[in-house]
Design a protein around this ligand. Sequence first.
Ligand SMILES: Nc1ncnc2c1ncn2[C@@H]1O[C@H](COP(=O)(O)OP(=O)(O)OP(=O)(O)O)[C@@H](O)[C@H]1O
Ligand SMILES: CC(=O)N[C@H]1[C@@H]2OC[C@@H](O2)[C@@H](O)[C@@H]1O[C@H](C)C(=O)O
Length: 366
Amino acid sequence: MLYIGLMSGTSLDGIDAALVEIDQQGMPHLLASHYQSYDRALQAKLFNLSQAVEVKLEDLAAFDHQLGRLYAHCCLTLLKKHNYQACDIQAIGCHGQTIRHKPRPNAFSMQIGDANIVAELTGITTVADFRRRDIAAGGEGAPLVPAFHQYAFLNDHNPRQILNLGGIANITILSQDPEHTFGFDLGPANALSNEWVEKHWQLNFDEGGAIARSGTFQPDLIKRWIAIEYFNKPPPKSTGRELFNLAQFELHTPEVNSLKKEDVLASLIELTAISISRGIEQWGYTEGELFLCGGGARNIYLVERIQHHLLNIRIGLTDDLGIPADMVEACAFAWLAYRTMNGLNGNLPNATGAKGPRVLGAIYPA
Ligand SMILES: Nc1ncnc2c1ncn2[C@@H]1O[C@H](COP(=O)(O)OP(=O)(O)OP(=O)(O)O)[C@@H](O)[C@H]1O
Ligand SMILES: CC(=O)N[C@H]1[C@@H]2OC[C@@H](O2)[C@@H](O)[C@@H]1O[C@H](C)C(=O)O
C-alpha cells in the first residue's frame, strides 16, 4: 500500500514529500521524494504569523488556504516526477504548518494548510490534524515521530537513539520493550542559529556550519542560556519557537549585539550541542548508537560539537538505516496516515504524555 507523507517543519524552509510503501508488517519503505521550498516572502510571512502576539484572522484564513494549495501541488509534482497516479495512493498524511504550540498545562497546537483542498485537488484521501487528539487525551501532541522511529529503526543489539535536528531538536530513546521507548523535544537545533544567520548574513542557514566554525563560542553566554528552565524539565515535554526565538534571546542577553557575530553563532551552536548532550546524559543512553536526521545533520560543525560532548556514542545518519536524513519526518507522516486509515494508534503516550494510545487525525475523503 502506498502513502504520501507531507512535512513542513519549524524551520519554515519548505515542504518535504515522501512516497512510502507500507508492507504487510506495517514497515515503511521510501520509494520516492520531492522537496518544494517556500519562497522568501512566504517564509517571512509564516514566520511573522507564528511569532506575532496578534494575528489578523484574515491572514490566518488566507495562509490556511494558500498552504493547502501548495501541499496539493507538492503531491502532484511528486506523483508526476515519479510516474505514479493518484489512484495508486491510499492516503496522504499532511502534517501542516505549525503556527502555535503551547505545551502543558493548557496545551494547544495549531497547524494550518487546509486538508479539504489537498483532498480536492489531488483526488487522494487526506489525513491531517494529527496532534489535537493526543492533546485532548492529556498529552502535548508532540513529539509524534517516536512511534515511527520505534517501528522503522528498532534493532536488537546496541542501545539506539534517533536525534532529529530540525528547527527544534527531538530525540527518541528506543527500547526492546515498546512500553519503554520514549522521546522528547530537547530544545533548539537550528531555529536560533538560522535567525542569527538571516539577520547578519541574509542567508537561510550556515552551510555545513562553516561560519560558526570560524567563530569562538563564549562560555558566559552559554552559561546563561543553558540555565533556561526547559532544559532541566523532565520528559514528557515539547517546545517550539515560542520559547526558542532570537528576540527572546536578545532580550535575555542583550550583549549579543555588541559581540562578534561569528562568536555569537558559534555560541548558539554550542548551546544546541550542550543541551542535546545534557538531555541525553539525564534521560537517554550515553553509549551505543545515535542516528541523526533532519537538515541539521548536514551541519558538520554541529555534528562534531555533539560528538565532542558525547564521546562514547557512535554517531551515524538514518541514511544508514534506509531512510535519508531529510525524509524521516515526511515518512513518519505517511506512516501515521496508514495508522489512522487502519484504526491504529499513532502516538506514544510516553513521548507525548497522553493518557493512552489514540488513533490520530481527521480523514478528508477523496
Ligand atoms: N547543508 C546544510 N548545512 C547546514 N545546515 C543545514 C544544511 N541543510 C539543512 N540545514 C539546516 O536544517 C534546517 C532544515 O531542517 P529540517 O527541514 O529538518 O527542519 P524542519 O523539519 O523544518 O524542523 P522541525 O523538525 O523542527 O519541524 C535548515 O533550516 C538548516 O538550518
Ligand atoms: C508542534 C510541532 O510542530 N512540533 C514539531 C517541532 O519540530 C521538531 C519537534 O518540534 C517535534 O516536537 C515536532 O515535530 C515532529 C515531526 C514530531 O511531532 O515528532
